[in-house]
Design a protein around this ligand. Structure first.
Ligand code: ADP
Length: 158
């Protein structure tokens, strides 16, 4: 079974990586799909985020990284993915994710959503929080994979 895990990953966090590793253990194939819609103001380009995700998932043979623009439901149909993976940190995530599930079901009946509960270490972790800490020079060691940390620090030097 082929699963798709979509998101902005700007930047990829330890929370995202945990979800990817757990999805890789559950499904034959996992495609990490970077949403490249142009209306989002991102720290990293899609190409940079793709390189980051490829680096941190190198140890996972059944994981690949791609990018898409438009609807996840359409992209999933195009690549033959039948499962959408989503991570859930709290009730706020649940409310938003449940709506997205309903919408995706209407758009593509061939896709089922599987929610993975966030690890307790990652419930307060988001890409936005990483950027808010990094912009003031705070320690992001427990927030992002070690290989990605230098790229984030470099961005805020400029
Ligand atoms: P976006 O906000 O653009 O959808 P994100 O990259 O923030 O993209 O999130 C992608 C997915 O990863 C979502 O399902 C989100 O709930 C999940 N996620 C984000 N952060 C964490 C975390 N710390 N632990 C588990 N899941 C997470």
């Amino acid at each position: 079974m082929k699963a798709i895990y979509g998101g902005s990953f700007d930047p990829v966090t330890l929370g995202h990586l945990d979800i990817i590793e757990r999805a890789a253990a559950l499904f034959d194939e996992v495609v990490v799909a970077i949403l490249g819609n142009p209306n989002k103001n991102c720290l990293f380009t899609v190409e940079e985020r793709k390189a980051h995700l490829e680096t941190v998932t190198k140890h996972l043979d059944n994981v690949s990284v791609d990018s898409f623009s438009g609807l996840l439901a359409d992209y999933a149909a195009k690549i033959g993915a039948t499962v959408a993976i989503r991570g859930l940190r709290n009730a706020v995530d649940f409310a938003a994710e449940y709506q997205m599930y309903i919408i995706n079901r209407h758009l593509n009946e061939g896709i089922e959503t599987v929610f993975l509960a966030a690890d307790e270490e990652h419930i307060a972790l988001s890409s936005t929080n990483v950027k808010e800490v990094a912009i003031f020079g705070g320690n992001i060691d427990n927030m992002v994979p070690s290989q990605i940390k230098p790229f984030i620090i470099e961005k805020y030097k400029k």
